[in-house]
Design a protein around this ligand. Structure first.
Ligand SMILES: Nc1ncnc2c1ncn2[C@@H]1O[C@H](COP(=O)(O)OP(=O)(O)OP(=O)(O)O)[C@@H](O)[C@H]1O
Length: 477
């Protein structure tokens, strides 16, 4: 396989790679670096943990070293934690250049950020919301001369999920020059390819990893069929077993809401597990502190919402547990991609209730691999069942007393006012929308179930199948 030097990178960058322990380029680096150095736009789609960050950082640093000025490059990313991680890669690889970077994310002091921006850093790494705020409110800096626009996790930036970046991206795209190089990367780029192609029009080079399966080979993917009511007992049992069997371990548990995330964290701590939470209801400083303590193994368990599902690179993570089955295959792909990175082994365990079986089938179809059932000692789960349920209820009561829901509501209202919207009108609109969504969901579920029944009939006799109804734990009604 080719070495970094053969990709057209200068010797000082090759030396930086060597010092970092990057001996040979990964396939996505091999594919994209020469095209970026040639001046082409690039769309890079490769599996999680395959080195996409260095695939854009290295050629940008090379170009920067040839013509250094600020602001040379703008990197957009969907989460604040990811912005810091990308900045670190720029800093480490760009050390000999005396690189000046600047991180512009929400939840941090805006005045200090404005000052940093006015000092013309070479590279700005930003989340779209906060950068757009600066562009709207400040005339002390501009991005109209940037050479590179990078969108990491580009499909997430463009999709209209629970955080919709559309308006902020419009502001940003109106402020960058038409003549620039645009680099778009993600492990699930193909889902929004058409929208992305509109952004990268300068002889775009599309690189996609060719592989029969969309998840990493070294990842052992399991599911555990559990009745909803006993899910937490299974979770505690899984964590306990892992702790008993390993000396050096760390686990990420993904949940679907901030509240569940907080409750599970409190509950696991009650059982004396070294757990810490990460979700968007936490203050930014608490978020950074939680992640730092998890990275340095002070805490072994990170319980997180999808704010941590994309991009985070924590090599020590051996297991990812999905406390809820992700509703979309791409969320599954990114979540489980927090382990088994850069050639390491890892395991992903998805807790599946009777209501989620169709979701697992959709995930399996998309990733082109069947999950295997994880054998569990059910008697051991039964032994802790009552205790876990009591502790969980205690945690729920404590959280209610801390007025968690109210705080969430207040935060939402503040955000809407900042966006110039009327919170009451928005609430009405959202309630209407929720009703429509619920109707649609029910309809989709029915169709999904009908499809599932047909597929099961088709597949009959073709190997293992997820049972249609869960095995109830012994002694459960
Ligand atoms: N050429 C290389 N050789 C060995 N390790 C590498 C190489 N390039 C990058 N890495 C390491 O691989 C890990 C994963 O890289 P990175 O975070 O860029 O993955 P990614 O493809 O962006 O993943 P995700 O899709 O989850 O964001 C990092 O720890 C990085 O240092």
């Amino acid at each position: 396989m080719a070495a970094f030097a053969e990709l057209g990178l200068s010797s000082w960058l090759v030396e930086q790679c060597r010092q970092l322990g990057l001996k040979q380029p990964t396939p996505v680096q091999l594919g994209c670096i020469p095209a970026i150095l040639e001046g082409r736009d690039c769309l890079g789609c490769a599996k999680t943990g395959s080195g996409k960050t260095a695939a854009f950082v290295l050629p940008i640093l090379q170009k920067l070293s040839e013509d250094p000025y600020g602001i040379f490059c703008l990197v957009l990313t969907p989460t604040r934690e990811l912005a810091y991680q990308i900045a670190e890669q720029f800093r480490v690889l760009g050390k000999p250049l005396g690189l000046k970077d600047c991180i512009i994310v929400g939840g941090m002091d805006m005045v200090a950020q404005a000052l940093e921006l006015s000092r013309k850093p070479h590279v700005v790494i930003a989340t779209p919301g906060r950068l757009a705020d600066h562009l709207r409110s400040s005339n002390t800096f501009h991005i109209k001369k940037i050479r590179f626009l990078v969108m990491d996790e580009a499909d997430r930036l463009l999709e209209q999920g629970c955080t919709d970046f559309t308006a902020d991206l419009e502001t940003i795209l109106a402020a960058v020059p038409a003549h620039r190089q645009t680099l778009l990367f993600s492990a699930t780029l193909t889902d929004t390819l058409r929208e992305l192609q509109g952004l990268a029009t300068n002889q775009p080079f599309f690189w996609e990893a060719q592989a029969p399966v969309r998840t990493v080979e070294q990842l052992d993917q399991r599911y555990l069929l559990v009745p909803e009511k006993v899910k937490d007992a299974y979770l505690v049992h899984l964590v306990q077993s892992f702790q008993d069997e390993h000396e050096d371990w760390s686990i990420i548990i993904f949940t679907n809401t901030c509240k569940t995330c907080q409750i599970l964290c409190m509950m696991l701590r009650k059982f004396s597990f070294p757990a810490v939470a990460l979700h968007s209801m936490m203050k930014q400083k608490e978020r950074f502190a939680a992640l730092a303590k998890f990275k340095s193994s002070i805490y072994r368990i990170l319980i997180a919402t999808d704010v941590a599902s994309r991009g985070l690179d924590i090599p020590t993570v051996q297991v990812v547990i999905n406390h809820n089955t992700p509703g979309l295959p791409k969320i599954y792909i990114h979540r489980v991609g927090r382990t088994a990175r850069a050639g390491r082994q890892g395991q992903a365990i998805t807790l599946v209730t009777q209501y989620d079986i169709h979701l697992v089938h959709t995930i399996e179809e998309q990733i082109k691999k069947q999950l295997e059932e994880l054998p569990v000692e059910e008697a051991a789960v039964l032994q802790i069942l009552t205790q876990v349920n009591v502790v969980r209820r205690e945690c729920e009561i404590r959280l209610e007393a801390a007025r968690f829901d109210e705080k969430k509501e207040t935060n939402k209202r503040k955000q809407l006012i900042l966006e110039g919207k009327d919170p009451d009108l928005e609430a009405k609109r959202r309630a209407e929308l929720a009703k429509i969504k619920q109707r649609n969901r029910r309809f989709k579920e029915k169709v999904g179930q009908a499809l599932q029944r047909r597929q099961e009939a088709d597949r009959a006799g073709r190997g293992r199948e997820l049972p249609r109804t869960p095995k109830p734990a012994q002694g459960q009604a």
